[in-house]
Design a protein around this ligand. Structure first.
Ligand SMILES: CC(C)(COP(=O)(O)OP(=O)(O)OC[C@H]1O[C@@H](n2cnc3c(N)ncnc32)[C@H](O)[C@@H]1OP(=O)(O)O)[C@@H](O)C(=O)NCCC(=O)NCCS
Length: 500
């Protein structure tokens, strides 16, 4: 392969050594098109399987998207090498210091910082949409008292969609949103109304999931508070009047919301875009984003990081834990990042916040353990050689804990602001002038070739059966000993005898 500049246009010359053919692939924005790679075709080679489909063109194999750009975007820029994060060109550090969450949300979704009057009307509209239908409250009340709040939030966001049939492309026509790309104002209005509804209602639903855990009645949104102030009110107000959250905590939560609002095409945003490409409604889209965020490798990491610190306990246990990490028996949660291989700029911004919060709440008991762990990790050859540094989740968990949030609420505190990033990406996707193509990756098929169906009587077990080749025996949680000893007939009339 060689990169040349033919006629001033950068391109990549590829020689297919299977047949000597040469191809010239244009390079734009330092990328080649995967569909240009598909033009590289050859006759099946010795060793190729029919399922390799060699004559249909070369495929790009990129498990876990290690080097695949899937969108053109104008929203967020990350440079993992130099530790840069910018929303619409503005460095995250400046936004954390000077902006507020709703202003940053406007910036992310609409591309520019709002003027004062744009901001006022945006804030009014978002806060106007914080109320949820009482039937949604009833739905939340049907959860078990100990349900994980992230499960409740995910379900509640999907449920919201059932209250907005006018916003459902399955009912209104599949171009309901994509018509906006040609300037159809009605379609744009439909997009922006759902954006307001989701951003407005996300804290109300999140707070309801929190109150459910405590058996407390849900609060109705308050007037006259900021977005995060209202969120704290919804979470914490009991029966007092004129509830005002502590300004430092309100500001810290607002700053954490800015930091978490977007992060380019991360796992949950890729999920949002994947699901959005099917043209489903935006409530289903953000619910799928929540599901992706819930995982311990993504938004669940701040919760897991604190659980890990609690398990380590005091600082003197850190060396023993680090030994386990270096033997690869444990993962150091809150360290490492797919993109940031030097410093996570969010973790730098968050460290200052942590100090401000601790001045109000008192020092987090786990802080010394965390700092000792960070020191050991810095000095560890294992960690250094793999570019594993503290990420945002390492410090955010410490702040959430100092502020008294329960562990399983941390991913919710991430999901609420991330709705903004998801919706910014979803809106950009719907407004793509070339339309929305459904996302459909390829695979490399390694399974059996074609074979004839075998009747049950002629089937034989394989000689060597591994644990993966058949279902393992599962236990039935509800089975009592008395049940197991009883004799009864099942619905099909088969007699079941005691399993002794
Ligand atoms: C974030 C994360 C999923 C990124 O994964 P990734 O880019 O796919 O990185 P890899 O899994 O390829 O890791 C590269 C190497 O570092 C090791 N590694 C990565 N993160 C590690 C961690 N937190 N602790 C210990 N080892 C880690 C891997 O075992 C691997 O080692 P190897 O090359 O010897 O096999 C990963 O670093 C992780 O699981 N971190 C902990 C969870 C977390 O904090 N997530 C929040 C992210 S904001």
């Amino acid at each position: 392969m060689a990169i040349v500049k033919a006629g001033g246009k950068p391109s990549l010359t590829v020689i297919d050594n299977r047949n000597g053919k040469q191809y010239e692939l244009p390079i734009k924005h330092n990328s080649v098109l995967a569909t240009d790679i598909k033009k590289i075709k050859a006759e099946p080679q010795p060793g190729d399987r029919a399922e390799d489909e060699t004559s249909q063109g070369l495929r790009v194999y990129d498990p876990a998207y290690m080097n695949t750009a899937v969108i053109e975007s104008r929203i967020t820029y990350i440079n993992g090498q130099d530790g840069i994060l910018r929303y619409r060109g503005y460095p995250i550090e400046q936004l954390v210091k000077k902006s507020n969450f709703l202003e940053t949300a406007y910036l992310l979704i609409y591309g520019e910082l709002p003027t004062q009057s744009q901001y006022d009307s945006w804030q009014n509209e978002v806060l106007h949409h914080t109320f949820v239908h009482t039937d949604v409250e009833d739905m939340l009340k049907s959860f078990r008292y100990d349900s994980h709040p992230m499960g409740m939030l995910t379900s509640a966001l999907a449920t919201l969609g059932t209250f907005a049939p006018e916003a459902n492309p399955s009912l209104q026509g599949q171009k309901l949103y994509t018509n906006a790309a040609t300037g159809d104002v009605e379609a744009l209005r439909t997009i922006d109304k759902q954006i307001l509804r989701i951003i407005g209602k996300a804290p109300t639903l999140a707070a309801a999931s929190y109150r459910m855990r405590q058996g407390r009645p849900f609060n109705r949104p308050a007037h006259g508070l900021s977005y995060t102030g209202n969120f704290l009110y919804l979470l914490d107000n009991l029966s007092g009047h004129e509830y005002t959250p502590h300004p430092v905590l309100e500001r810290a939560l607002d700053a954490l919301f800015i930091i978490h609002a977007d992060h380019e095409v991360n796992c949950s945003t890729a999920t949002v875009l994947q699901v959005g490409s099917s043209l489903v409604d935006p409530y289903s889209v953000v619910a799928s984003g929540c599901s992706a965020l819930y995982g311990p490798s993504h938004g669940g990491a701040s919760e897991s990081a604190i659980r890990m610190l609690i398990e380590i306990g005091s600082p003197e246990n850190v060396p023993a834990f680090m030994e386990k990490v270096e033997k690869r028996e444990r993962v150091l949660v809150g360290f490492g990042h797919r993109v940031y291989k030097n410093v996570d700029p969010r973790s730098t911004a968050i460290r200052e916040l942590a100090e401000e919060v601790f001045k109000i709440t008192g020092r987090n008991q786990l802080l010394d353990t965390a700092l000792t762990l960070a020191k050991y990790a810095r000095e560890s050859e294992f960690m250094r050689s793999r570019n594993l540094y503290p990420n945002v989740d390492f410090y955010s968990g410490l702040i959430y804990q100092a502020m008294g949030f329960p562990l399983d609420f941390y991913p919710v505190l991430f999901a609420v602001p991330r709705c903004v990033g998801w919706l910014a990406h979803w809106r950009q996707q719907m407004l793509n002038p070339s339309g929305v193509k459904i996302w459909r990756p390829r695979q490399i098929y390694l399974g059996e070739g074609e074979r004839e169906y075998v009747d049950a009587a002629s089937r034989k077990e394989k000689d060597k059966v591994g644990v993966f080749d058949a279902p393992v025996q599962v236990s039935h949680g509800g089975d009592s000993k008395r049940n197991r000893l009883a004799t009864y007939k099942d619905e099909m009339g088969h007699t079941l005898r005691p399993k002794l």
